[in-house]
Each structure stands twice: as C-alpha cells, then as structure tokens.
Design a protein around this ligand. Structure first.
Ligand SMILES: [Zn+2]
Length: 272
C-alpha cells in the first residue's frame, strides 16, 4: 500500500477504535448487601486448614449501570424469603446459618430501581446464595454459561424454569462490545461458573469473583474447597484471574470475604 494511503488507513482504524471505546461505559457500580452466613467449620472450604474454626461469609450483589444499556445485576444473593426469618435459617449439613437483613427488591427500591428496570441479570453460578432471586426479575435476560444452564436443569430444585428468558454463552464475552463488562469463564466451583470484569473510569478494573474463590487466605494459597465440581478447573480458573489482575492492574473483589466486603462502600454509595 502507498505510504499516504497506509497513513489514511491507520487514521481510520484509530478513529473507529476510539469510537468503539466510547460506545458506552459503566458509570455506577453499587455493592448491595444480599445477606451473610455464619459457618461453624471453615475447613469445609479449606480442606485440612483451620478445622473447627468458624468463619462468617458476606454475600454481596452488584447493581451496575451502563450508560447506554441500563442496569445489569451481578448475582442475586440469598432468596428474599430469608429476610422473614430473624434468626436466619440453618443448613445442618454445611453447619451454615444464613441471614438476610433486607430484601434485594427493597434494596433496589431504596435506589429508585424497580425489578422491571433491570435489563440483565448475570449470575456467577446457580448456588442458592447467588441465584436466590432470579425469579424476581422475570423480564430481565439471564446471562449464564451454557454449561451452568445445563447443570441447573439437572438439579432437583431448579433456580429457574426451562422457559426462562436467557442468553446462554460459552466462554468469555465482552457483553456490551465496549470492554466495560467482560464475562470470564471460570469453571470448577460449578461446571459453568463465571466471573465478571468491570471497567470503571475512576476505580479502574475490578474482577467480581463469584465463587471462583471464597475468601482471601484461600486466594493467597490457591486453595480449592472440598465442596467443588472440578479441582483442576478451579485451579486453572484462579490462575486465569491472577493473570488478568496482573495484566489489567485490576482488583479482585472476593464475594464471600467478609473483612474486604465490610471495608467496601455499600449502596447507596457507589463506585465509578
Ligand atoms: Zn457457590
């Protein structure tokens, strides 16, 4: 190609790329308290380590506003029905007592957001502390890995029906086409587990963990819980996230790590 033509070509590419980069952005990310759990024995999540030592897990949801696509909810927490049980509900098999102080629907209402305003509900996986309120958003498109959907359909208590409006994806996906919200396939904890990379203008890049890891010391030591679908996949998913954190200078927000959740600004405050 002639040198002048080549320069014109490059200039056009740069303009197109710049336009793409400004297609939209995440302008607000709210951290919402979606419950918490007291666990009698953390070694169920860290085999052989801290046997018999209790731990508390946070359980956060994240309401994300995209400038051109509207609201996306990442994870839905424990079922809102839990808020009616003041002493929580105990699962003896896990030695876990789960609590909810307010419903997700009420937390959204306090922000002036109705369930019908939520356009997308993306869930990391179908465990009940993440998928508990998918049914409260019947008009939203559920964003889920195909492998997780298939797994959900095998469960005796399905988190949603086979007719649920959904976008089933396979692997990583740049959801809005502008790099602001990128689904990361991170299987292992469940067959189609996923995490979410969020690009924020001021805060920088944040990876919302889902349950790719449960708490900080498990992350630091790359420990895989006993309660897990595929150990090799879980280890590979943690390495994938670690590589991304280094590459993007991103923060990892570990959903169930209560000390770091407590240190974060919760709704009505938000991150930009
Ligand atoms: Zn889980």
């Amino acid at each position: 190609m002639h040198k002048v033509m080549w320069n014109v070509f490059l200039a056009v590419i740069m303009v197109v790329a710049a336009a793409g980069a400004h297609a939209g952005q995440v302008d607000r990310l709210y951290v919402i308290d979606c419950g918490w759990a007291h666990l009698a024995d953390q070694s169920l999540w860290s085999p052989g380590v801290n046997a018999g030592v209790p731990i508390d897990f946070s359980d956060d949801c994240y309401l994300i506003h995209h400038s051109s696509e509207g609201y996306l909810l990442w994870d839905t927490g424990f079922t809102d029905r839990l808020a009616a049980a003041p002493d929580g509900v105990t699962n003896p098999a896990l030695g876990q007592t789960s609590h909810r102080t307010q419903t997700l629907v009420a937390a959204l209402a306090a922000l002036g957001v109705k369930p019908a305003d939520v356009r997308y509900v993306a869930i990391s996986h179908v465990h009940p502390d993440h998928a508990g309120n998918v049914g409260a958003f019947p008009d939203a498109t559920l964003i889920i890995q195909k492998a997780e959907w298939d797994y959900a359909m095998t469960l005796p208590q399905k988190p949603f029906g086979p007719d649920r409006k959904a976008m089933q994806i396979e692997g990583d996906k740049d959801l809005m086409g502008d790099g602001s919200l990128v689904i990361l396939s991170t299987p292992g904890h469940t067959p189609g587990h996923q995490s979410l990379l969020v690009h924020l203008e001021k805060t920088g890049d944040v990876v919302l963990s889902g349950d790719a890891v449960h708490f900080q010391s498990n992350w630091d030591n790359r420990r895989v819980p006993g309660f897990n679908s595929d150990k090799a996949q879980s280890t590979a998913s943690m390495e994938k996230i670690a590589g991304l954190l280094a590459q993007n200078h991103a923060q990892l927000w570990i959903n169930h790590d209560k000390p770091s959740s407590d240190a974060r600004r919760h709704a009505p405050e938000f991150y930009q």
